[in-house]
Every structure is written in structure tokens, then in C-alpha cells.
Design a protein around this ligand. Sequence first.
Ligand SMILES: [Fe+2]
Length: 283
Amino acid sequence: MDSMAEINAPLTESEDLCLSSNHPGLHDAEYVRRRKMFFYFARDLRLRKLPSPCVPYTEEESNLWSALYDRLSTLHDSHAAGIFLTGKKLLGLSRSEIPQLPTLERLLYPRTGIRLVPAEGLLHGKSYFSYWAERIMPCTLFLRHARQPEYTPEPDIIHDVIGHVPPLMDSKYVELIRLIGTIARTASPENLERLVRFYWFTVEFGLLDEGDRQKVLGAGILSSIGEMQHACDGKAEIRRFDLEEVLNTPFDPTTLQPVLFVAPSLEAIIADAHGLAARMLPV
Ligand SMILES: [Fe+2]
């Protein structure tokens, strides 16, 4: 994603589902059929600005959710940032059922003004961030393929709801994503590239100092067993968060992240986001 071509993708998204050549479900006709159903269902709701109804999930999907929820929760208990653990508890996420977006929104909206919109898959650049400016989080509804539960080449409900939604119960965190979204809407291509790096090394792959420990804030880590183990077992290079360095550090979304940045606090990240707004927003 960290290329000018993809970051500055057009505002109109693909009208048809296109699975990558390495997608684990590519040759599973039933998976592709259901993935297409989720694609057109969510895309139609999103474009018509309709809320998500409750989705009936299959037994196989529910079992996959439970298995991954258990494995991730064990890692969260030791390594997740407090803001994430608090939000996860307040939202009542559990292994027993895949959360429904209306249920989550009933808890999110009164607390932080966040609304959830169904997403058909990965939304690019300004199309994705423009929702954040309005305190809206796009969330996919489908699950990854069960054959390879630790890997998904596209964000699914495990990534979006387990990774992104819990900290949205915190109003300071919501201010961070609102700021990123607001800057993105009018950013030049060059500024958008730098802003995406800031988002990547905070919202997706950020770490926070908590007492004498480094804890995980980023949704890309919190929703991935492989990234959690990689980040927390000393395999990734961990650097102190420095705004200019972050803005100039490219990333590859297709591999385990070799470099992560640890910020002194969420407040410090928000202060940097305000600094970016002062530099990048039109006067
Ligand atoms: Fe994400």
C-alpha cells in the first residue's frame, strides 16, 4: 500500500470482488460464493448509507471466530495496551459469538460518537480516511478462509472488529482517527503518503510505553497472531517514535513488519497529529 499509486487511488472503489492470487480461499467455490455475497451486500449498504442489519453466520465461521478469539486473547492479556483491553471489555467482545455491527454501535455511539459502516473489503486512501473525518469506522463483515486462519491478504471482521473497534470506546483515540481523516481529505499526494505512514506506524502497527513495558496499540498487530508474536518476542526492530523518521519510513504491508515505533503515550501521538494538521491542512 505504501506506494503513491495505491495511496492515491481514485475515490471510486472497484465494483467487483477481486481476490488476490495468493488468497487462501481462491479455489474454494463455496468460500468465493459467500465472499461475493458479503462484497455486494456490504458495498450496497455502504454506498446507500444504510446501517448493517444483523448477519447470520455459519457454524464454520462461528467456530473460526472462537478459535482465533481464544488465541488472540491470550496474547492480548499479556501484550495489549490498556486502552484496547478496556474497550474490548466494555464492548463485551467474546468467543461465543461474532459481534454484530448494530450491537457494537449501540455501545460506541453514546460514548464517543462513533458509527460503523459495512465495508465490502479494503477501502483505499482518501476513500477510507474520509469516513474517519466523520467519526465513522468502515468494518468488513466476512471472515478469512479457515484453511489458513493466521493469514488474510485482506482485512476481515477479525481485523476490523477485534483490531480496530475496541479503542474506539476512548474519546482521545477517536480524536486521533478524526484528525487523520480530516487531514487526509484535502492532503496533496505527497502529504497523503506521509500521513499514511503516520497512520501505519500508530493506528495499525503502533506500540505504547506503559510503565516499564511496551504494549501494543496497533490493530494490524492486535488482530494477527503472527504479528503479535513477531512484535512481542523481540523479532521486530523497535525504535523510539520520532515524527520525522516515521514520516520518512516506507513499509511493506505484505510481510511481517520488521520495524515498529514505540510512542511515549497516546497523548504524544495525538500531539503529533495536531502538528501534522497545522502543517498539512489548508489555511
Ligand atoms: Fe486496518
